[in-house]
Design a protein around this ligand. Structure first.
Ligand SMILES: C[S@@+](CC[C@H](N)C(=O)[O-])C[C@H]1O[C@@H](n2cnc3c(N)ncnc32)[C@H](O)[C@@H]1O
Length: 243
């Protein structure tokens, strides 16, 4: 299952998507942290830590942070664990990984969610922050998540979701489709950073609804599948690998 329909204005086919997405993040990496910091009103670090704690991340866990980007989720996980020693960060973008490496002493692996280069049953907790729209196949990705989790292990996927209801959808579109990319261009003076934010909007707009994500998690054989949401906007997908 695709996370969103092929965006032919960006790439010709699903096969061409990884190269496009990789280039986008490599070029936007230097600006990413600053953009998401003010774009989400400086709430990002607190929210990433709070969500991981609520969903059961505890000291002693071995953690895989998929789509780690510049390390924003992993840095908060390290605060909960007390160190980054038991955290592995994975991302396909060398540019994003290079920024992450300056922030925490975790292990870093260049790779993709759809084909995780780890043995079965290696992790207690798996996180993915705002990377779900960028994979090429949801079920394949979730099967990999199930495979690398230990029995009883948990996953937590954070996403921004287009809200239901015309008025809220209108303001969502106005902010993410117009205001956020416009301010990004103004503050960074970078056309590439603006493009990254425009693409974010396009993928949020085209993303499959939460029910489809939940269905794909169940099809991948995961248990206790659920979505918690804040204001219908911030989705927390969680699931467990059956013991
Ligand atoms: C919006 S950033 C999220 C970074 C970070 N997790 C956060 O919370 O801000 C999305 C990340 O997903 C990565 N990504 C893109 N395609 C991916 C794939 N197929 N598998 C894993 N990560 C991918 C990108 O390189 C990028 O670093």
């Amino acid at each position: 299952m695709l996370p969103h329909a092929t965006l032919t204005s960006r790439y010709a086919s699903t096969e061409a998507k990884p190269e496009f997405v990789n280039r986008l993040f490599d070029h936007g990496a230097a600006h990413y942290d600053r953009i998401v910091d003010w774009g989400f009103l400086r709430s990002g670090a607190f929210y990433r830590r709070w969500a991981q704690r609520r969903h059961g991340l505890r000291p002693g866990h071995r953690v895989l942070d998929v789509a780690c980007g510049t390390g924003l989720v992993a840095v908060e996980a390290a605060k909960i664990l007390g160190s980054a020693d038991a955290i592995i960060c994975l991302d396909p973008s060398a540019g994003m990984l290079a920024v992450a490496k300056t922030k925490l002493a975790a292990q870093f692996v260049q790779g993709r969610a759809e084909a995780l280069p780890f043995p079965d049953g290696a992790f207690d907790f798996l996180t993915m922050g705002y990377g779900l729209r960028h994979v090429t196949d949801l079920e394949q990705t979730f099967r990999e998540y199930r495979r690398v989790l230990k029995p009883g292990g948990r996953l937590l996927i954070l996403e921004v979701t287009k809200p239901a209801g015309r008025l809220r959808a209108f303001f969502f579109r106005l902010y993410f489709g117009k205001i956020y990319p416009g301010l990004t261009q103004l503050f960074t003076r970078s056309r590439e950073a603006r493009e990254m934010m425009v693409y974010f909007w396009e993928t949020m707009d085209a993303c499959v609804p939460p029910e489809k994500v939940l269905e794909a998690l169940r099809h991948a054989g995961l248990a206790e599948v659920r979505r918690d949401s804040l204001a219908g906007l911030f989705s927390e997908y969680s699931a467990v690998k059956r013991p």
